[in-house]
Design a binder for this molecule. Structure first.
Ligand code: SF4
Ligand code: SF4
Length: 183
């Protein structure tokens, strides 16, 4: 997901494990940015999976679904992962990628940026923090937190609309709602 500042081995030689093995949940702001930037309909790159702690429902008292990036059935990689050569891949949506991808595997604790050591990247000491744009990372993490707050507020609005209706909604209805939602 991230691709810079790693001093040993690094993303280039990792082959994009994070982009193959993780479920990448995205905000509505991520969906709008990817749809506009990649000229794709959301159904081409996100999917909805039933999950107890998901954010959306499609009928009154129905199950909840979460919103995540699609994976390709052949490579099992994220739909945006471009296979360059065996063991080498890169993000094909880099400029427009979800904020969680742009900040991975950084964490912000008491206003200090650090690299998580509980991820597929392995040893957090392998990241060379002196080569990284730490103020930019901190700003992106804060922007992502704000985007998730907005996402949850807008999901509440969607669920209230569903609850007020006698009709089920479709996934495409939700995608249209997301594209037309402007915080
Ligand atoms: S959007 Fe890019 S960085 Fe994020 S999971 Fe997909 S390929 Fe990886
Ligand atoms: S798992 Fe870590 S090292 Fe590998 S591509 Fe993802 S961010 Fe880079």
């Amino acid at each position: 997901m991230s691709a810079s500042g790693r001093s040993l081995g690094g993303c280039a030689s990792c082959g994009g494990r994070c982009c193959r093995e993780y479920t990448v949940n995205v905000t509505m702001a991520d969906v709008r940015r990817l749809a506009a930037g990649m000229a794709l309909h959301p159904r081409e790159f996100v999917t909805l999976r039933e999950k107890d702690d998901g954010d959306f429902r499609f009928r009154r008292e129905g199950p909840m679904y979460d919103l995540r990036l699609r994976h390709r059935p052949d490579t099992e990689g994220c739909v945006f992962l471009m296979e360059i050569a065996p063991g080498h891949a890169r993000c094909g949506a880099y400029v427009h990628r979800p904020m969680v991808c742009a900040t991975f595997p950084a964490a912000l604790t008491r206003n200090t940026v650090s690299m998580r050591d509980d991820t597929l990247c392995g040893d957090s000491n392998a990241w060379n923090l002196t080569l990284m744009d730490l103020p930019g990372l901190r700003s992106d993490i804060l922007r992502n937190r704000a985007a998730w707050s907005e996402h949850l507020r807008t999901a509440d609005r969607w669920n209230a609309l569903v609850d007020a209706s006698h009709h089920s909604r479709t996934h495409d209805d939700l995608y249209a709602f997301i594209l037309s939602s402007d915080p």
